[in-house]
Structure formats: structure tokens, C-alpha cells
Design a protein. Sequence first.
Lengths: 96, 480
Amino acid sequence: MKLTSEQVNDIALESRLLLTEQELAGATRYINNFLEILDSFKELDLTDVEPFSFAEVLECPLREDKVAAFPDAEAILHESEHVDGSYFKVPRIMEE
Amino acid sequence: MELYELNLYHLTEGLKAKKFSPEEVYESCKKRIDSCEENIHAFITRTDEVAKSQLNENNSGTLAGVPTVLKDNLCTKGIRTTAASKILGNWRPPYNASAWNYLRDAGAILMGKVNMDEFAMGNTCGNSAFGATRNPNDLSRVPGGSSGGSAAAVSAGYVPFALGSDTGGSIRQPAAYCGVYGLKPTYGMVSRYGLISYGSSLDQIGPFARTVRDLQLVMSVIAHYDPMDSSCFREKNYDFTHHENVSIKGKKFALVKEFQDFSLDPGIERAMKKTQEILQEEGAELVEVSLPVVSKYAVACYYALAMSEAHTNLERYDGVRLGYTVKDAAGIKEMFERVRSYGFGSEVKSRIIAGTCLTEPQRCEQYYVAATKVRTLIAQEFAKAFTQTDFILQPASPEMPPLIGSQDDDAMKGYQADLYTLPVNLAGLPGLSFFTGYYGDLPVGLQLIGPRWSDPAILEAGLVIERHTGTPEIANEGVK
């Protein structure tokens, strides 16, 4: 089923993207073309097929849950313009 | 012969024997870059000062004194890393990608960070916030992508080798377009730690060089187990040592039955025939394998998964911790929307929206989950094929490098051109893009695929073919 430009705009907003009218028209065309291609999956019988995983990975490689200091935390903070002391500071979260 | 013209192996031998110094090599490569870069535009960031400081380190490793460049989605500590996107701004990562750490420890000298399609999404190297790179063999043509800057830099003689990344063909197609060798290693062979993610289950770092022996040398340095990448191989050792007189006698090389009816540009068709003759002359056996699911469903499967993974990976770009930001937003939602809408290019936005769409609860089963199952069928099909053959021979692209600006507006048609490369990423296989000669003035590359972890064997098969095809010439069209 084809998506309307309103539906595509709603999806864009979920992705935190504001589209111009031209971008919205392009994205709507793009997604509908793409979904049409993906509908070809219906030709395959996938009933007993498992989702893909790399066969060699027999166990989940976990690391020990140990706190370790990052060697240069200052360098991380230095890259942000939204810093207060040793924290990132973000704009107001709650809507009025 | 100028020093920049030397291939990697000969350069390392000359440096070890002190026939010339690392400073002389650096100056030769820098001069070459200065003479071509205005026309080729391979760089996003030049790192001359970093290179000079590395020259003072007196490293005696395998690659001591060898200049290189990195695709700009590989993190370099304290050096701007952009992924060719406005959204990363002037971000300077606080750490190095492991692959760069291995090269750096081995003595490689960083000449700069090179161009790519934004977040590796594209196959022309024209979808970059920093402008398009041009093919050093013909400036009116694309170098391919997304690792077009890496391929162009090696082809033009800027450096003897470079690193790129390959999510659906982004090493193999530009290597073919620019007339160099490129290896997309087995998924897990090279650590992805510090590679800016696009499709994490598909991304793989790999090398470009002008000879197969040079690829072996780079792989011997970067194919490391890395505890920082949980998908990296463990408990195995891979030997990339160069051996003379390797043979492919008795080995089987397959053509894919379903690909035989697809049209190829004449230069590529001719290269396919010539390569088959070489293989037979060397005592290999030509066979046929059938990949019906791959040929019909791989493109749709790949883009469904790549876009779904991309939408998740690119959620982190919110303007808070790094990159482009705004300081006067009324609330956090407005900030996210303004940062992302300005920072991402249109192809990236389209893929994020498509990925969001495919993974929404009402469509996830029908599209995303179905694609993960189709991927299983594709991997099984390749596994079965490799019980019947040692390698698969096929094009890296059905067409010669297109003219800049000639690409179709319909993105889906462009995606179809990736059919020969992206199934390899879906199954996590290694693929070698190798030089076969020239058609007119343009180089022609083809591709060899092998089973998982057969990277050393693929390179040895490449060595045998290279004996017949010779080494590509350094492309001179960029010289001012």
C-alpha cells in the first residue's frame, strides 16, 4: 500500500527531520518505489527461515562489567558547545 | 623514477635499505598531491603537520615512513573527522580507529583524510558536503564510491596505499573505476572500532593499493583481533605473507548462471573473457554456480537492512555532544530537528526516513524481519555455491565510470548497479577488486569472491592474474 505524503512527513518527524515541500515529494516517491521493490519478498516462502546471524558466532562475546576511566574525558567535552562543568547541558526537555 | 611512483613493497624495501629517507618520500608524495589536488579534489583534510611530527618519531615498523590516507569515516584522535557530512562539523574524535592505530604503530605517515559519499551512502563520491572527487584517469568521470577519495589518491600516486570502508561495494567499485586493487575483507577480519557506522552488520574496513602484494602487506598489519569490536575474529590467525610462485592449478572459478543474461559495458565484457582465458591458461577449472535468490532479491534485501541499520546508527547525531549545533533552540525537540534537518544531506535523509518506516511496528515484520530472513537464504546460497567452487568471478560494476552529473535521478536504478558487490556484504564474504587492463583510456576492474576467511587465498589468486595483467599505471590526468 502506498504511503501518502502526510504519512511520510509523520515518519520524518519521528526521525526528527523537517522536510521542505520538495524534499517531502522526493522522499514520498523514494519510499513508495522502495516499498514496491520490497514487496517482492512475498514471492519467497520464509516460514521456516531463521533471521540471519553469522554462523561462527556461537557465543555472545561479553566483557567484564568493570568501570574504567576514559583516558581523556576532557577531549570529549571539548567537542561540545553544550557543556556545564563536567556535564552536557541540553535545552528544556518538557514542552510548555 | 620519482619516489611517489614506487609501489608499497618497493617503498618499504628502499626505506629499510636506506636508499632514501622517509622525509624524501614525504616530500615526493606531497609534491605530487600539490600538483594534482586542485583537479582531483580527493582530500577533505590535509594533515601535513601531523605527518611532519610522525616523521620525527623514528618508527622502525613494517610501514615505517610510508605515506597513507584514510577515508574520512575512520576516527583519528584530535584530527577532524567528518564522514563527508555537515552534521559532524569540525569534530575531532577523542580516540583512533583501531585500524589506524595498527598502521600508525607500524610507522605509516598520515597525509590526510579523504573524500567519500556522506556517511558512505552513495557510489560516486559526489554525494559529499565537501564537493565531488574526480577520477584521476578522466577528470570528467566519477571515481566511484563511497571510498572514492581513497581510490583516487592511490590511483593518482598521492600515496602507495589507503584505507577505505565497504558496506555494499564501496571499496571494490571505486577500485575498479580508478584502476587500483581493493580488498573488502571478510566481515570480522579487520576491527571496525572507530569506523563511523552506516550499516554495522555490513560495514568492513579494507585497503587499496597498486599491487596485490601491497594489499597483502597492509592486511598483515591491520588484520588483528581487537577486543573493542565484538564482531572481530577470535582464536584464529591469518597469514598474509607473500609467497612467490603461487599457483591456481586445479582451483575452480565459477561464473554465476543468473548473471549471464545481464548486460555489461563492452570493456567489462571483454575483461571477463580475457580473465577466463588467463584462468584456464593457469590450469584453473571454470565452472558455473546458481544464485537465484541473490540475483533477484539481494538488492532489495541489502537496502532494507542497510537503511534500517543506518536510521538507528544516525540517531546519535543530535547536536548535543559533537558536530554542528544550534544554541538558541526553544526546546530539545526543536534543537534535534534543526540540527538534523540542516546537517544531513538529502540522500542520507531519505535513507533515514526509509529505515524508520521499515522498522516501525506495523511494517517491521513485513519488511525488516523478512529482509533478515532473505539474508539467511542468500548466505546459504553462497555457502552451497562454495561447496562447488573455490572462487566466483564477476564484475565489480556492470558499467565503466559514468560522467560526473550523468547519474539517473531515480535512486533505485543506481542501487541496481550495486548488484555485483552488495551480496558479498550480506553474506560477510571477502571480495577482491582487481585490475585487468585498459579499455580505451579507462581502467577496467573485476571481482573475485571467496568463502568466509579465504582472504589470503583470494589475494594469492589475484597475484596469479596480476602476472598476466600487469600493474596499473599511475593516473596523470590530474596534473595541472
